[in-house]
Design a protein around this ligand. Structure first.
Ligand code: G1P
Length: 826
């Protein structure tokens, strides 16, 4: 299992890499030292960047080398350095860049400390020429030191708040106040550039003005404007300029320095960070610790299949859901809209991987997430940094995503299947109360203090029943302000999502089955919900009753609840069959109340949801697989397009994007992988394999610009965008584990049902290492006859040396599964 990836760089392909720790220090870094470093939206040490910032190097972590009176930059932005040979090495989670020219080799290793709010760098400069060099090294790191909001909101005025201190080995900025959307507050945060070496510090350049001195960031003229420690200056843009004394290097001699960028609060000591990390031993120990800790995490889910580069890519994907838990959809160069926190949908999807990793906190996290559900079936959309922290919306514009109610059950079902913990459904939690009622369409002045706690089962019933019954004029779930596709946000009046109607329909069936497994005579529900389920009141009456909440309960017979749910689901399933025309499902009604797809167009969402929800018949599944491949598959750029080109869609901003980009018809990994999962469920394994693995093969191509893992999407040129933070990673892992390797759980019982293709085996073997029943297990499938899916069955299972049945309530550590031809009786 190799995480280390070493590659030659042919120019700037826009690569960036995340460096972070679990205490909230988050950086993005490019091989050219661009990127930023922050603790949250309001505490950025380096200026926040978007995609273009990957090519503007002066604001990053530059170091200037004066070599025999000529300037060279660590970021390579001088004319003389354009032909440097560059090697990039990445691993869990550090970056090492080696820059080589005729005169030097510069090796920079960067990581974020595991236990301290600091990003650290070791720079080893070596004289690679055959003459002596006089070398002066100066760090040149502009300290932005404020909230991201101040980029275009009082950028200059906030520099007047800066109090800049030069102390031993560091430049520190502590603004007096913070100006941001929360109003002006006293600031307690300090931002630092720290540096050290065996060579003494010559002096400091603490402001950008002193550094530029009539030049620019690219041609600084102030490198001799050296100031001695201690020094204090107020009201300027700060510069982390720390200069070392001149050294004489003979050929092959080297100079090493350490520097860091840190953001500290009053309780955190920058001196101890300097002492601990800015030396060889501390730096290397810190690096080792980071590497070990991420390795330990990712070893809990590993794959070996296809070939080695593909396996390595899949193994990197294990880190992606973790990254999204800590970055949300924010704080990396493409993710320039987020402000931290997480969206509701993403929260539940990230949990899929937490369940796969056997995380100890899954249960409590699941429970606290349900506290975000409102009594009207809608939910808080933004979740803060801590569990159980909810907001109606990030921008205070309240919206309803019509798919939101559907996802929690998918995650809960996975949890129940893996653990068999059905009692979880009967745990009681509160609801989220704010001014919004009636699916957020009405507001109230006083927010009632309701302490009522309903079971998790009740929360799930509520979400899915409301989502299902909130129908438009054609009888499908109303689109509201969007569904999974966030960009379908302008069809609120007449838009309907047939796609998510499939999902809600299946959810009602799943709930019926779960209730059947509960062995309870009666199901106790909050009265208005019971009446809605019985059909005694309609949705509007329910919303009225929910708004003026009364704490009355209703006891319903278990079988009545099951019947009601099944009847609703069955009649919708019949209706959905009619949405299958021209060999694929319709996905949406648009804002004109017209079906979105014409005869020759298709949308992947409707197909993926029908397959995932088992609402398509086997015949429909095969027909649609064939038709969609013709309409949407493009092997050259990563596989399935999200949709056809719609000239006149009347759906939302997504279709204002250029076609082939992002939510308008890009190769959108998340939907492609969910589609693949659906195809595997129907045993359409070759189609599913194409959908998923074409994405990976695209990511492997150098020009796609995808360093590791899987990006959110590929554009018209097959270039990957929005790296790392994407729900597709969780889904890809789920696909591999549950479908490809066939770890099929049903309420605590595991059965192996592999769907590996002949090409998935490496030397007749394919294996998965994963957490099952609370411990790590390695399962190896042996396929000595190189049989394809459909030709083999399981001939023998050996667990820790003992032959075993294919039915597990627990399992040993090493599982060998032997595949052989299917014995067909004549
Ligand atoms: C992103 C969002 C996800 C949303 C999708 C489509 O996709 O995070 O919530 O459903 O765009 O708008 P991701 O790549 O993270 O899956």
């Amino acid at each position: 299992m190799a995480y280390k990836k070493i590659m030659q760089l042919n120019g700037n392909l826009g690569y960036y890499f995340p460096l972070f720790n679990k205490h909230g220090f988050r950086s993005s870094i490019s091989p050219f030292m661009a990127g930023d470093a922050k603790r949250d939206q309001h505490r950025f040490a380096l200026e926040p960047i978007s995609e273009l910032g990957l090519y503007v190097h002066g604001l990053g972590r530059n170091v200037i080398f004066n070599i025999n009176n000529e300037l060279y930059f660590l970021n390579g932005s001088t004319e003389k350095q354009q032909h440097d040979e560059m090697t990039l090495e990445i691993d869990l989670l550090y970056q090492k860049v080696t820059r080589k020219s005729q005169i030097y080799t510069i090796e920079t290793t960067s990581y974020v400390a595991i236990d301290a709010p600091v990003e650290l760098h070791q720079v080893v400069y070596k004289n690679h020429s055959n003459v002596n060099q006089a070398l002066i090294v100066t760090t040149a790191i502009p300290l932005y030191a404020r909230s991201a909001d101040n980029m275009r909101d009082h950028r200059h005025v906030t520099s007047l708040l800066n109090r800049i201190m030069v102390e031993e080995g560091r430049v520190t900025v502590k603004p007096t106040m913070q100006f941001d959307e929360r109003g002006h507050q006293i600031n307690h945060t300090s931002y630092h550039v720290i540096a050290s070496s065996d060579v003494k510090i010559n002096g400091y350049i603490p402001t950008i003005d002193q550094f530029i001195n009539g030049g620019s960031l690219a041609f600084p003229k102030g490198l001799n404007n050296i100031i001695q420690n201690p020094y204090h200056i107020d009201g300027y843009e700060a510069m982390g300029g720390i200069q070392f004394e001149k050294v004489e290097l003979k050929p092959n001699e080297s100079f090493t320095c350490y520097y860091g960028i840190s953001i500290t609060e009053a309780s955190e000591s920058i001196e101890s960070i300097q002492k601990k990390y800015l030396n060889k031993v501390g730096f290397e120990e810190g690096l080792n610790q980071v590497n070990q800790s991420f390795k330990e995490y990712s070893n809990k889910l590993q794959f070996q299949l296809g070939d080695q580069p593909l396996s390595d890519r899949m193994n990197w994907m294990v880190i992606q859901p973790m990254l999204r838990r800590y970055y949300g959809n924010s704080f990396l160069p493409h993710h320039d809209y987020g402000k931290g926190g997480k969206g509701w949908r993403d929260l539940w999807q990230d949990l899929l991987s937490l369940i796969m990793m056997g995380d100890d906190h899954v249960k409590e996290t699941l429970v606290s997430n349900f506290k975000g559900v409102r009594l009207d079936g809608s939910n808080a959309t933004i979740i803060g940094e801590k569990p159980g922290e909810f907001l109606a919306d990030r921008n205070k514009i309240v919206r309803v995503w019509s798919d939101h109610g559907a996802w929690p059950l998918l995650t809960v079902k996975q949890y129940l299947d893996e653990t068999g913990d059905l009692a979880f459904l009967l745990e009681k939690v509160t609801y989220f109360h704010d001014q919004y009622t009636h699916y957020t369409h009405q507001t109230r002045r006083d927010i009632p203090k309701i302490t009522y706690q309903g079971t998790i089962l009740e929360h799930l019933l509520l979400q899915n029943l409301v989502g299902f019954l909130h129908q438009g004029e054609h009888g499908y779930t109303k689109l509201e302000d969007a569904d999974w596709n966030d960009g379908l946000d302008m069809a609120k009046a007449l838009g309907e999502t047939i796609a998510f109607t499939h999902f809600y329909t299946n959810n009602l069936r799943i709930l019926a089955d779960l209730i059947a497994s509960l062995h309870q005579e009666e199901i106790v529900l909050y009265q208005a919900l019971g009446l809605l389920l019985k059909g005694d009141i309609d949705l509007n009456q329910y919303f009225n009753q929910a708004a003026s909440f009364e704490d009355t309960l209703i006891h319903m017979k278990r079988d009545d609840v099951i019947d009601k749910l099944k009847n609703l689901a069955n009649s919708m399933k019949e209706k959905l069959e009619k949405a299958f025309e021209d060999q694929r499902f319709q996905s949406y009604y648009n804002e004109q109340g017209i079906l979105l797809d014409t005869k020759d167009t298709a949308n992947l969402t409707g197909q993926a949801m029908a397959l995932l929800s088992h609402t398509a018949t086997d015949e429909q599944a095969l027909l649609l697989a064939k038709r969609i491949k013709k309409l949407l598959f493009n092997e050259q750029i990563g596989g399935y397009h999200l949709n056809s080109r719609y000239p006149d869609a009347h759906m939302g901003r997504a279709y204002g994007f250029a076609y082939h980009h992002k939510e308008n018809g890009a190769i959108f990994s998340h939907m492609s992988v969910m589609y693949a999962y659906g195809l595997y469920q129907y045993n359409l394994v070759s189609y599913g394999h194409d959908a998923a693995f074409t994405l990976l093969k695209q990511a492997e191509k150098e020009h796609s610009g995808v360093l590791v893992g899987i990006p959110e999407y590929f554009n018209d040129l097959g270039i990957g965008k929005y790296s790392y933070l994407t729900g597709s990673a969780s889904w890809f892992l789920k696909l591999l584990r549950e479908q490809v390797f066939g770890l099929s759980f049903d309420l605590g019982v595991l059965t192996l049902k592999p769907k590996l293709k002949a090409c998935d085996f490496i030397d007749y073997k394919a294996n998965i290492q994963t957490v099952l029943f609370n411990h790590t297990v390695k399962i190896t499938y042996h396929n000595p006859k190189a049989l394809d899916f459909g030709q083999y069955e399981i001939a023998k299972i050996v667990v820790d040396g003992m032959t075993t049945d294919n039915h597990f309530r627990n399992i040993g550590k090493h599982v060998e599964v032997y595949l052989d031809e299917i014995l067909r009786s004549i």
